[in-house]
Design a protein around this ligand. Structure first.
Ligand code: ZN
Length: 270
C-alpha cells in the first residue's frame, strides 16, 4: 500500500475518549477499515471495500504500535470478559479467516489444504476445524507442524503432498505459494489467496485456464463472527502467543518475530 506511518492493526485496548460516553473505559477491539459510511459499498455493509477508507496501520491511519490510536466509534466492539487480551489480539486475523465462509461455499467433505504452517495458516485451519471442516495444513517446518498438531490440526510435509485437493488456501505469505497452490488443486477446484505476497509474481496462469480453476482473493472479515467463535471457546489460539515485549523493546520484538518458531509476538503498550 506504500504506507508510511505507525504500523500495527491487530490490537486490544481500553477506550479513553469518545463522544459515546457508554464505551469509555470498555475493553475493545476495532474493525481496521474506517469507511465513509455513505457510498454504495458502505450502504451494503461492505465498508471494507470503501474507496475512501483509511485502514489502521496500513493506509492513511496510524496504527496500534503506539500508546494511543484513534478509530471511529462505530468501528469499536466491546469484548466479553471471557476473551483474554492475548486471544483478543487475534480477533482481526480470525475475522479474516471467517471471511472465507462469506465468499465461498465449501462442502464439509471437500479435501481442503491450508498451505503454510505460520500463524495465518494456523488460524485459518483452526477456524475451518471449528466449523466442522477437516483441513490439512501443509508446511516446510517439522517443528512448527508439531506445534500445529498439538492444536488438533491435521498436518503434512508440504514436499510430499499429492495434487488433487478440492480447495487450496494459500497462507504461505510467499510468492511461490500461489504457484504451489495451482500445482496441488484439482481440475475445476478452487484456490483462495489469503495473502498479498504474489503482488509482483511473474506467473504461468495457463493451468488456471486449462484446469478451469476458480481463484478467490480474500482479505478482511467482519469481527462479529470471530468474537462469537472465540467466546464459544471453539478455537484455542493461546498457544500461538510466543512472547510479550514492552513497546519500548519493539526492535527486539521484531527480531524475535523473525524466528519461524515464534508464531506471534505481542507488544504491550503503557
Ligand atoms: Zn464508503
Amino acid at each position: 500500500m506504500g504506507y508510511r506511518g505507525v504500523p500495527g492493526h491487530e490490537f486490544v485496548g481500553v477506550v479513553q475518549q469518545s463522544s459515546d460516553t457508554g464505551v469509555i473505559g470498555r475493553r475493545v477491539v476495532g474493525e481496521i477499515n474506517a469507511a465513509c459510511g455513505r457510498c454504495d459499498f458502505c450502504r451494503s455493509g461492505l465498508g471494507r471495500h470503501c474507496s475512501e477508507r483509511t485502514v489502521l496501520g496500513i493506509l492513511g491511519r496510524d496504527g496500534a504500535f503506539a500508546d494511543y490510536l484513534t478509530l471511529p466509534d462505530r468501528n469499536l466492539i466491546p469484548l466479553p470478559d471471557s476473551i483474554p487480551d492475548d486471544v483478543a489480539v487475534l480477533v482481526e486475523p480470525v475475522a479474516a479467516a471467517c471471511e472465507i465462509f462469506e465468499q465461498v461455499r465449501l462442502g464439509r467433505d471437500e479435501k481442503i489444504l491450508v498451505l503454510g504452517d505460520g500463524r495465518l495458516g494456523a488460524i485459518v485451519a483452526s477456524v475451518l476445524r471449528a466449523n466442522s471442516y477437516a483441513p490439512v495444513v501443509g508446511g516446510h517446518h517439522p517443528e512448527k507442524l508439531a506445534i500445529l498438531a498439538q492444536l488438533g490440526l491435521k498436518v503434512d510435509a508440504e514436499d510430499g503432498l499429492q495434487p488433487g485437493f478440492d480447495c487450496v488456501i494459500d497462507c504461505t505469505g510467499r510468492p511461490a505459494g500461489f504457484t504451489r497452490a495451482i500445482e496441488l488443486v484439482r481440475p475445476r477446484g478452487r484456490i483462495i489467496l489469503k495473502s498479498t505476497a504474489a503482488a509482483n509474481l511473474a506467473i504461468n496462469l495457463a493451468p488456471v485456464v486449462v484446469n478451469e480453476i476458480t481463484v478467490t482473493g480474500s482479505r478482511c472479515g467482519r469481527f462479529g463472527p470471530a468474537i462469537e467463535l472465540l467466546e464459544a471457546g471453539k478455537i484455542d489460539l493461546q498457544q500461538l502467543i510466543s512472547r510479550r515485549y514492552p513497546l519500548d523493546d519493539a526492535i527486539a520484538a521484531f527480531d524475535d518475530a523473525r524466528d519461524p518458531l515464534n508464531f506471534k509476538i505481542l507488544l504491550q503498550a503503557s
